[in-house]
Design a protein around this ligand. Structure first.
Ligand SMILES: Cc1ncc(COP(=O)(O)O)c(C=O)c1O
Length: 462
């Protein structure tokens, strides 16, 4: 059922510390855009008023987490904070081995190494996040997405648009014997933070077991996914978020987690799994690249805040407020007829740039153009999930553009108030009224991988 919540109940926390932000002038923002090569990632953060670039590493930590920082045990090996983290992760996931990493992509890199991915292998997901895809493709393996078709239609309602297409998965596995791993991304960030149902996780698990393929969760937003299951999947309304999370993990062989999302920390991640061989391979590798296996590139204090954050994120009060904040923003935009991805996801509201700017072809990057216009006019920074991030050249050197051209307004956790959300809404509504004035862009520099981070552009003026 679509949510029609118009009100936002008060947050289950109060403010103890503030960080000033300021709205710069239009002239300043134009200047910064030019200097940044019209790439929003190059804009100095202090020149941004509302920063919706990402929900990753941008959470406000609690007093409980800040006090945990002072209890960091900075011993090189076997620090006490590792054991705290290990016990929290074991309780949530049920896995035997817990390996901290400095963030999600290093966990991905280590798992790809341990699984021996190479040019002959394929990895399958509902939809890979860009760093996971890049980790797989940069070693020559193939990353193949099999999300349900509903995910590509922004206006159709579906409770679990992040689900894997089970029939397509079986068909693929029947025809290909080189699949080395299946990874479900929960929630599906690339598709707009859409959840995956427990039923779907279970079905993928049964198939993975039948074909003897390791099955992992990319668990960056596992708590938000668990809350969607509680709200939308039959039979789970009386479960607590941790009970649902435990069920999610019970169907998989392991997980990679960027704790910068549902770990409520500014840096951190981990791998958790049951297979002793994989664990040993990861340990051997990580001492070369990441650090000793009980600290994984982090300080003891970071491990402590991560352990505490993982407990806090499963609070039902917190998850309910988080969900309602996203619904509030989405509903206001929907009521104003702004084209957004429906239903609203767990961490972001996503503008449908092809509908917002139908006069700009994908070869001129409508999603990117929308991010530039939102910053230029209103000081709001958000990110394109569209042609810059996902278009690629096929064997005939023709550009293949993604079906979805989204602009993601990622909401940092426990950071912005209702007044901020109202400012975001008003700005987007105003921009929509004069949308035909927005022009496309030409790319002037493009790197080989993850081009959105460093590509440069110029506006098309003619
Ligand atoms: C689903 C998902 N997986 C992995 C990552 C990578 O995590 P990190 O940024 O900590 O390397 C992200 C980051 O946004 C993500 O959203």
């Amino acid at each position: 059922m679509p949510n029609t919540n118009d009100t936002l109940p008060p947050p289950p926390f109060k403010i103890k510390m503030v960080e000033p932000i300021k709205l710069t002038t239009l002239m300043d923002r134009k200047k910064h855009l030019k200097a940044a090569g019209y790439n929003i990632f190059n804009i100095p953060a202090e020149e941004v008023y509302i920063d919706l670039l990402t929900d990753s590493g941008t959470s406000a930590m609690s007093d409980n987490q800040w006090s945990g920082l002072m209890l960091g045990d900075e011993s090189y090996a076997q620090c006490r904070n590792y054991f705290h983290l290990e016990s929290v992760v074991k309780e949530i996931t049920g896995f035997e081995y817990v390996i901290p990493t400095h963030q999600g992509r290093s966990a991905e890199n280590l798992v790809c190494f341990a699984l021996n991915l190479d040019e002959t292998k394929v990895a399958i997901s509902n939809q890979f996040f860009d760093t996971t895809r890049a980790n797989i493709e940069s070693i020559g393996a193939k990353a193949h997405d099999l999300v349900v078709q509903e995910a590509f239609n922004t206006s159709v309602y579906h409770d679990f648009k992040g689900n894997m297409d089970i029939h397509a998965l079986e068909e693929y596995l029947n025809q290909n014997s080189n699949v080395a791993v299946i990874i479900l991304t929960v929630t599906n960030n690339t598709g707009g933070g859409q959840p995956v149902s427990l039923e779907n996780i279970k079905s993928v698990s049964q198939i993975a077991r039948k074909y003897k393929i390791p099955f992992f969760l990319d668990a960056a937003r596992f708590a938000e996914n668990a809350y969607f299951i509680k709200l939308r999947e039959k039979g789970y309304s009386d479960y607590t978020p941790i009970q649902i999370a435990q069920k999610m993990f019970s169907y998989v062989d392991g997980c990679m987690m960027s704790a910068k999302k549902d770990g409520l920390v500014n840096i951190g991640g981990f791998i958790a799994l049951n297979n002793a061989n994989l664990y040993n391979r990861i340990k051997e590798r990580m001492v070369i690249t990441e650090g000793f296996p009980t600290y994984g590139g982090l300080a003891g204090r970071d491990l402590e805040t991560m352990a505490r954050g993982l407990n806090e994120v499963l609070s039902e009060d917190y998850l309910q407020y988080r969900y309602q904040q996203l619904q509030y923003l989405g509903n206001k935009l929907e009521k104003a007829n702004i084209p957004i991805l429906l239903p609203v996801g767990g961490h972001s509201v996503n503008l449908d740039a092809r509908k917002f700017l139908p006069h700009i072809p994908q070869s001129e990057f409508p999603g990117w153009a929308l991010t530039i216009a939102l910053y230029e006019m209103f000081g709001i920074r958000c990110v394109e999930l569209g042609s810059v991030m996902f278009a690629y050249q096929n064997e005939d050197e023709k550009w293949v553009y993604p079906e979805l051209e989204l602009v993601r307004l990622a909401i940092p956790r426990r950071v912005y108030s209702r007044e901020h959300l109202d400012y975001i809404c008003q700005s987007i509504i105003e921009l929509y009224k004069s949308r035909e004035k927005i022009k496309g862009l030409r790319m002037t520099y493009s790197p080989d991988f993850l081009r959105h981070f460093t590509a440069r552009f110029e506006p098309i003026t003619e």
